[in-house]
Design a protein around this ligand. Structure first.
Ligand code: TYD
Ligand code: MG
Length: 471
């Protein structure tokens, strides 16, 4: 390859050199070499050609904003930050078969129709009849959704880039799209990225909301949703274990609303239905007083949610004991095990540890530390956490329990679902005096070190399971 390089010219005799030198050996003068700006091997950059000045305007414009489009699927509207913003591009990612196509068809059928909303559903994966079959199964075949089956981006843009364009467009999926003058195969990084870029451009120009479906892929040669996240306004991911009926729609990025919000859905035989009281659902099958479990009061986005954490420890013969985690960070589990061993003398190094968050949820909050520790201790000692207690708090490396945010909201959710007490950090009383919130009627077992948890543990299990332990 020809690399363009800077040239130097002697100011006296015009001799050219590729490196700067203090002495010109042609005319024997000193300090005359300078960068030759006119040489065509000078790095180009912007060169001397002038651009047009950009116009700056005030923050407050004249234009009335078009209201958000509501789908009236409340879990979904909340995840989008209160409805769809016209002219925004939304990436919907998730494993194949998790329910992306099903859900977006449901959204198309559900959006507000009274303002002449026009919904287009473009499928590159299924034939029109297959989409129709699904619509019939979902009971939405009479909804006013216009279907097409297409994969050529040139054709798709030709039909979208019009004056009276659509309000809502679904592209299912970007990995099937191709641009005919690119050499790469559909699904490759170049195709996926360029297709998404072209579609987003039209979406901004014409002001429709654009859904781009993208499968999470394991193979490297098909580009996944991560490669598009920077291009779009909003990124939503479908999460959930295949064997569970729950599906979580999680916001990863949102330019027009809070990120980290989640919507909970249940896969039924008529599609995805919203779960408006998730805590109740996740604790539904909980049996009373089983050792190795605890109820964590977490915050998902703007909402409190109770989840059951299950731990099982069993003696191992392996040199390196097994640590299997579902729904939580395995590094964090390793940390908690280490803190329990080093600071509280609980011996776990000769045990296999299995940790599971019931219902197929994924917890990301460090506030779950204390609940995980409680489930672990419960499994090791065989004593159960009292079934009326919720647990939350972050554990530090020295074994101290750190306060977490939104304590009152967590307590309120617990009390709403019939829990009578909580094990949580000491800071609580300080916090609640700072923000005058209504007091929650709950027995608080304040802990500020893991040792306190172990003590409070024995205390709760002694009083609650006295009879069966001494029997
Ligand atoms: P789908 O939307 O095709 O997944 P994706 O587009 O993410 O690949 O979802 C397919 C799965 O959903 C399939 O395993 C069957 C299940 N399903 C139901 O359980 N109930 C339904 O009503 C529908 C339409 C699908
Ligand atoms: Mg699909």
């Amino acid at each position: 390859m020809n690399k363009s390089r800077t040239k130097y010219k002697c100011g006296k005799c015009n001799a050219e050199r590729s490196n700067w030198s203090g002495h010109c050996d042609m005319c024997d003068s000193w300090n005359t070499f300078e960068v030759d700006l006119n040489s065509d091997t000078t790095p180009k950059g912007l060169s001397n050609k002038k651009g047009r000045a950009v116009k700056f305007v005030g923050l407050k414009g004249e234009k009335e904003f078009i209201p958000r489009i509501k789908s009236h699927i409340e879990e979904f509207d909340r995840v989008c930050g209160g409805g769809l913003v016209p002219g925004s591009a939304i990436l919907v990612g998730g494993d194949p078969g998790i329910g992306k196509s099903t859900f977006l068809l449901q959204v198309c059928a559900a959006v507000d129709r009274n303002k002449g909303v026009r919904c287009l559903y473009i499928s590159g994966e299924e034939a029109i009849d297959q989409v129709r079959m699904r619509a019939r199964r979902l009971g939405i075949e009479n909804a006013n959704v216009e279907l097409a089956s297409a994969t050529n981006v040139r054709d798709i843009i030709e039909s979208l880039d019009q004056e009276e364009s659509a309000t809502l467009v679904v592209i299912d999926s970007v990995q099937t799209l191709y641009i005919d003058n690119l050499d790469a195969a559909p699904g490759s990084l170049t195709q996926v990225r360029t297709s998404a870029q072209e579609l987003t451009r039209v979406c901004k120009k014409r002001g429709f909301s654009l859904f781009l479906v993208s499968h999470v892929t394991k193979e490297g040669n098909i580009a996944g949703p991560k490669t598009l996240e920077h291009l779009v306004d909003c990124v939503l991911y479908f999460e959930g274990e295949r064997g569970h009926q729950f599906r979580i729609l999680r916001t990863i990025k949102n330019r027009f609303g809070p990120s980290d919000e989640i919507g909970v859905f249940e896969m039924t035989n008529t599609g995805l239905t919203e779960v408006s009281n998730p805590s109740k659902m996740f604790l539904r099958d909980r049996e009373n007083e089983v050792s190795g479990t605890s109820v964590f009061a977490g915050i998902e986005g703007s909402r409190p949610m109770l989840m059951e954490i299950q731990a099982l420890t069993a003696p191992t013969n392996l040199g390196t004991p097994r640590r299997a985690v579902i729904g939580w960070d395995s590094n964090r589990l390793a940390m908690i095990i280490a803190v329990l061993e080093a600071r509280c003398g609980v011996s776990i190094s000769n045990q296999d540890v299995y940790l599971n968050v019931a219902g197929g949820l994924r917890i990301k909050e460090p506030a779950a530390d204390l609940a995980v520790a409680a489930a672990l201790i419960s499994s090791i000692t065989g004593r159960s956490v009292s079934s009326g207690l919720i647990v939350f708090g972050e554990i530090g490396l020295s074994g101290e329990i750190r306060p977490v945010n939104q304590t009152n909201i967590r307590l309120k959710e617990g009390s709403k679902l019939g829990f009578t007490g909580a094990i949580c950090p000491l800071e609580l009383t300080k916090n609640s005096s700072k923000t005058p919130e209504p007091k929650v009627e709950m027995d608080i077992n304040s802990v500020n070190h893991l040792d306190d948890l172990i003590k409070c543990f024995n205390k709760t299990s002694d009083t609650s399971t006295d009879s069966d332990m001494e029997g």
